[in-house]
Design a protein around this ligand. Structure first.
Ligand code: HEC
Ligand code: HEC
Length: 153
């Protein structure tokens, strides 16, 4: 039984995000409300703990927006982000942008430039423009709808 569990854990960690369904997290209501008001609440697994710490230090100038929180709320959200953060450097970007990580670039390498600039998308950070069920934690390829309405596959 122990061996079986060990193999299962290795299988789960090595396929890490190959399957977008694994991006679901047990919800944190404060994170959901505060970090999901201007854009979707991005999954903590998509950046490293160092990136989240850096971001949470500068919420007053957050990608051109003021996303300041009081200290207590900030600390609770950071603890949540750190708990589920990525450990792999493919999820690290010195811009603190998920869309600048090696993982994101690779995962989306087949998406053409005309799609990113489409009026319904506008920004790569607008995940839910294509991942239409991501708010429910379902990032699977089967659920992707491209801006022209087509499925990806
Ligand atoms: C006042 C509005 C606002 C709030 C609140 C807010 N953000 Fe943002 N966030 C933005 C804007 C604007 C961008 C840039 C979006 C773009 O480039 O399209 C952004 C971008 C991001 C990105 C980078 C997306 C990319 O390009 O990969 C991350 C990660 C992020 N926010 C996390 C958070 C977290 C965590 C919180 C909660 C602590 C939060 N945001 C709260 C406005 C906000
Ligand atoms: C313009 C549409 C579009 C946007 C915007 C977009 N994606 Fe994607 N995403 C795709 C497509 C298409 C694929 C599948 C690529 C492939 O298989 O070659 C994909 C794949 C993925 C996968 C892997 C799914 C799986 O099960 O293998 C994840 C996770 C993901 N994207 C997360 C994100 C995140 C996070 C954002 C926002 C920061 C985002 N995407 C923005 C189109 C988009």
């Amino acid at each position: 039984m122990k061996i079986f569990i060990a193999i299962l854990l290795i299988a789960l960690s090595s396929s890490a995000l190959a399957d977008g369904r694994k991006l679901a997290v047990p919800g944190n209501p404060l994170w959901q409300t505060e970090c999901g008001s201007c854009h979707m609440a991005y999954p903590p697994q998509l950046l490293t703990a160092a990136n989240w710490r850096q971001m949470m230090k500068g919420l007053d100038s957050h990608f051109g927006a003021n996303a300041t929180l009081d200290a207590k709320e900030g600390a609770e959200i950071l603890a949540f982000l750190e708990r589920y953060a990525a450990r792999d450097q493919r999820y690290s970007a010195n811009t603190q942008r998920i869309t600048d990580t090696a993982w994101f670039q690779r995962e989306h390498r087949e998406v053409s430039n005309s799609v990113w600039t489409h009026a319904k998308v506008k920004s790569r950070a607008n995940c839910t423009a294509c991942h239409v069920t991501a708010e429910r934690g379902d990032w699977s390829e089967h659920s992707i709808r491209m801006p022209d309405g087509r499925r990806w596959e």
